[in-house]
Design a protein around this ligand. Structure first.
Ligand code: NAP
Length: 315
């Protein structure tokens, strides 16, 4: 929508400033930036105002004029402030205006903010930013869910942003992000644990290049399928090996927090006896393995509830 429609960015920190600059560059004529009034010296406020002006945007310290007539309000404030900002912005938005919430907040808090915005006629977009403004700039990938997600995807796409829609209500995009963190941040912890121990054994240089097998060369969906299909039959052997690795870490004076927990998770899979489900043959599809795990771990009434919840939230 380059042109006349106004956009307001709430917050001018690391992310908000990158987006405001990018929106101006993308041709949005009226980019407004709301920053809260601070008790600090006027110098700080003046410097901030100058930065906003030099970005080609219009600075505001009052939310009402900042949001008057905007088609999109983008909230780029810390999670702790996001609910309050949504509550203050909701009554000021035009009917149908988009409130795009970029905060890394809990899904249920995003859903609560959506209710507040929608009750007052706005459309809410739960956005999960899947990278950092520092690394990826204006094109940082985003996932979006909620009543305004499709509209935001279309507008953002026309402005050169990278937004993919996650079907369903507000909170679903943030759920994807947190689930991804189980792997991404879990991997960070595992990597740190491995390298601290390797260094204590004086083997870090030898170790690093060894993690370069076929597993590092396939796409993530392919890797996930490969790993889970193999675990369906061989989780016990891997748990045993991790027990031994944990012992090694203890020998280096390092509490193997992540390694021991990983061994427990693999033993949990091994104890399910998934081999029976697949007659001792390696399964071919990730979906089949996940289904088999669910069937053995979720009582049937809970499975029905989960299916019902899934259907309800993807409306
Ligand atoms: N930076 C990224 O790459 C990135 C990536 C993923 C997600 N996010 C999410 O995006 C949001 C913004 O991140 P950021 O890195 O840009 O944070 P930041 O650099 O700390 O900037 C936050 C901005 O919000 C303002 N703010 C704080 N509390 C406020 C309130 N109660 N009312 C109005 N404005 C308020 C701050 O103003 P003051 O200067 O007055 O405090 C500042 O302008 C966060 O929720 C973060 O989790 C950021």
């Amino acid at each position: 929508m380059p042109g006349r429609a106004a956009v307001c960015v709430i917050g001018f920190g690391e992310l908000g400033s990158v987006l405001a600059v990018g929106l101006v560059a993308a041709g949005v004529a009226d980019v407004r930036v709301y920053v809260r009034r601070r008790a600090e010296a006027d110098d700080h406020a003046r410097a901030l105002g100058t930065r906003i002006l030099s970005a080609g945007a219009h600075p505001h310290n009052d939310l009402e004029p900042a949001l008057r007539g905007v088609r999109v309000a983008i909230s780029a404030v810390p999670a702790a402030a996001a609910g309050d900002v949504a509550e203050r912005a909701a009554p000021l938005l035009d009917d149908g205006a988009l409130f795009v919430d970029l905060s890394a907040d809990l899904p249920e808090r995003k859903a609560a903010a959506a209710e507040i915005v929608e009750r007052q006629g706005g459309r809410y977009v739960d956005v999960a930013v899947m990278g950092t403004a520092v690394m990826s700039g204006y094109g940082v990938p985003m996932l979006a869910s909620g009543s305004g997600a499709a509209a935001w995807g279309a507008i953002a796409g026309s402005l050169g942003m990278q937004v993919d829609e996650v079907e369903g209500r507000a909170g679903r995009a943030s759920t994807v992000k947190l689930l991804r963190s189980v792997y991404m941040k879990g991997r960070d912890a595992l990597m740190a644990e491995m390298l601290v121990a390797a260094r204590r054994y004086g083997l870090d240089a030898e170790l690093l290049p060894t993690i370069a097998g076929p597993g590092e060369e396939v796409s993530f969906p392919e890797l996930a399928e490969r790993v889970l299909c193999s675990l369906a039959l061989h989780a016990d052997r891997r748990a045993d090996e991790l027990d031994a690795a944990a012992e090694l870490l203890r020998g280096a004076g390092l509490d193997p927090l992540v390694t021991a927990a990983a061994a427990e998770r693999l033993r949990w899979i091994s104890d399910l006896g998934l081999g029976e489900d697949f007659a001792g043959q390696r399964p071919q599809a990730l979906e089949a393995v996940l289904e088999a795990i669910d069937a053995r771990t979720i009582p049937s009434n809970r499975r029905m509830l989960a299916a019902w919840e899934q259907a309800r939230t993807s409306d």
